[in-house]
Design a protein around this ligand. Structure first.
Ligand code: SAH
Ligand code: MG
Length: 217
């Protein structure tokens, strides 16, 4: 068990992406908590890229018998396109010149032997959300970071989080000199409207949805 976890963490560290080790491990811990909270838990990832954060979530899913729905159109966010900060020419499909992280993501998940614990959903995040049932044990939001996509994700996905379920938001920076505002604004909105903070690691915030009945769970 510990050996398998160590193996998957090592794979995650070697995978391209935007998830520092400590934050990935905190995400894993949150997913383990969510996976244990209910039988057959469903965990959602919004923003997969090459599968780095997916591996942390899937390691916990495998350990708890839950399933990760990993959502991404796999064509990259604005800041990952050519000419922008996080552009990676190795991820461009030579046939059409578009960024395509799906083959890499598939190799990541397949290579880790995690195809039984992860389902890739390739498409626009809000369209996928509109077809997913509520009751998510965990939702990790790490898709487009501009104001429009980030708020669209928040509005589409947070109603699907179960009471007592976890909402994880990445790239939350209190200090504007460290990063963009939208993820921080989403975090503030969640705190103001029914979520309690469970943990913070780097820019990852783990929040728990309060029960409608009132205090705690
Ligand atoms: N979690 C990843 C990083 C995600 S980067 C890691 O740990 O490395 C953000 C991802 O969100 C990109 O892969 C991009 O394609 C995806 N994305 C951005 N906007 C999206 C949208 N509207 N619908 C689906 N995916 C989107
Ligand atoms: Mg991120």
């Amino acid at each position: 068990m510990d050996e398998r976890r160590a193996q998957l963490f090592a794979l995650a560290r070697a995978t391209k992406g935007f998830m520092p080790d400590a934050e990935g491990e905190a995400l894993y811990a949150a997913a383990l908590d969510a996976g244990r909270s209910v039988a057959h838990a469903t965990l959602v990832e919004v923003g997969a890229w090459c599968g780095k954060s997916t591996l942390y979530l899937a390691a916990a899913a495998e350990a708890t018998g839950s399933v990760v729905l990993s959502v991404d159109h796999h064509h990259g966010s604005e800041e990952q396109q050519e000419g922008w900060e996080h552009f990676d020419p190795e991820l461009v499909d030579p046939r059409d010149g578009r960024l395509n992280t799906l083959p890499t993501w598939q190799r990541t998940i397949g290579g880790a032997g995690l195809e039984g614990s992860v389902v890739g959903l390739v498409g626009e995040s809000t369209t996928v959300a509109s077809r997913v049932r509520p009751g998510l044990a965990l939702c990790f939001i790490d898709g487009g970071h501009g104001a429009v996509p980030a708020w669209a994700d928040y509005r589409a996905w947070t109603p699907l989080v179960a009471e007592g379920g976890l909402l994880c938001i990445h790239d939350v920076f209190e200090d504007p000199s460290e990063g963009g505002r939208p993820p921080y604004e989403l975090y503030c909105e969640a705190i103001a409207t029914g979520y309690d903070e469970v943990s913070r690691t780097g820019s990852l915030r783990v929040l728990r949805r309060r029960s409608a009945g009132g205090a705690g769970d």
